[in-house]
Design a protein around this ligand. Sequence first.
Ligand code: NAD
Length: 549
Amino acid sequence: MRDAPIRILLVEDNPVHQRMIRGLLEESRRPRYEVDVVDRLSSGLDRFRAGAVDLVLLDLILPDSEGIETFLRFFSLARSTPIVVLTSLDDSGTAARAVEAGAQDYLLKARMDSSVLMRSIRYALERTRARSMEWSSPAFRLAHQQFLKAAQLMDLDDNVRQRLVFPARAQLVSLPFRRDRYDVVETVFGYRVQHILTMGPTKGGVRYHPEVGLGEVAALAMWMTWKCGLMRLPFGGAKGGIRIDPSELSRSELQRVTRRYTAEIVDMIGPDRDIPAPDMGTDEQVMAWMMDTYSQQHGHAVPAVVTGKPIELGGSPGRKEATGRGLVYLIREAARHIGLPLQGATVAIQGFGNVGSNAAHFVQQLGARVVAVSDVSTGLYAPDGLDLGDLRHHTELHRVLRGYPRAERISNEELLEIDCDILIPAALENQITAENAERLRCKMVAEGANGPTSLEADQILAERDIFVLPDVLGNAGGVTVSYFEWVQGMQNWIWTLEEVNRRLEQVLVDAFNRSMARAERDNIDLRAAALIEGIERVTGAMLSRGLFP
Ligand code: NAD
């Protein structure tokens, strides 16, 4: 624990609250707090400019500034210093907006005691420090913002809220693998993160991408937890990955790096512990190598250690296309809800991998017309509709869309802004932001990717009456059929494709209806409603198990 005092700037005009907070902080012997108190925004900004402030406690209602404006003015000056917003019961909506805009935490003055206050300060400082290192990632910030917003809306127990912000376990490994040129050995970073271990084993994909980092993997693990909770699956969330560009590897290099990564995390995974699956940059072959490496170390075949594996190894019928298929089941429900006929509807899809290409196929089966697709190499546009079979044939031959002759070339940015009925982001995080949300020309955003929309963009889309089918719901078909695969693996029992699809549809439509009903009842957006459905399930499980020891 640090010996130097923590320097707090308290901006609060109510003398009773000033005395209470100062008193609570000055009671503490370790860590020690030095508290400077000012009662106006202008004097707070002046004091902050003078330096030597570790954290700001900020009342939002001051004599010279009120509401979110107070926070924004401070935040524009103090971006790298944590700000904890102080709020009264009747003002908690503004606090939620401050958290969305970047505040580290909020505290209700009426419920404040010394342990709540000091913990909030300690965690805010720790989070700021952690984010500036390995954890730093826009996805992790987004996952935090979304969670804190949902926690605020559902008035989540403070003990639980603090527990869920960071994952329960995270492993970072550096691992070597041999290139095809025998004397060249590369060392890369690999990750496996398990967010919460309460409900059973953890479950989540493995991503190979040059931008993978601890923060991104942790964000994806957290989203998996809410997704499993929302779908009522007996799993916590997990995610893993290697910071590498798989398109630059030969097949045998891909195999070697996969096997070494699996060996490095072998103690963390297992059918009763943590079950990996494919994500961006990995596929059923990668899962087969992971299963084989794990099985070699255990002396017998353990197919249930991964899902999304080849059928002949115990993979489930329907798993490969489950995320795209599931997304389209939900697009159908959402379209019904907003009165959008799918017959003749136009669709643009960012990302033409597993999720994007399958979504394209299934949405077309419902009568829609896919007019634009893109991948890492290019975007393609054909207003009368793209020939999907022809496109797939092209990507099988050339791996990417570049060079496809029968469509107009467009950029990824242009694709997002194309005039269409349904836009499906199915590639990366952080694609729809405050910068481009105003220019979107669709009626619905159906999120196949994880975290494609920033919180600011959510707000803009809501104001523009564009329906957002959020990722936690939209792409949950993958983990749902992964769950079916795991059940089949544990029971050595194979279901038929019809059985898988029927159950998938049931689970997804039920989650959609519950989320929609909550959104309408509580007058909140569908993302917040779906997250709250998931978080409630998880916290219910945590509270019924109780705390060890
Ligand atoms: P994938 O590797 O099969 O496909 C990814 C696609 O995105 C590729 O076409 C790639 O070229 C494209 N892409 C990469 N960078 C891009 C860029 N900068 N601009 C445009 N396109 C780009 O991956 P996937 O399994 O289809 O996953 C896509 C998204 O869906 C990810 O966010 C993943 O987390 C999410 N997801 C996947 C599953 C699943 O079952 N595979 C389940 C849930 C969520």
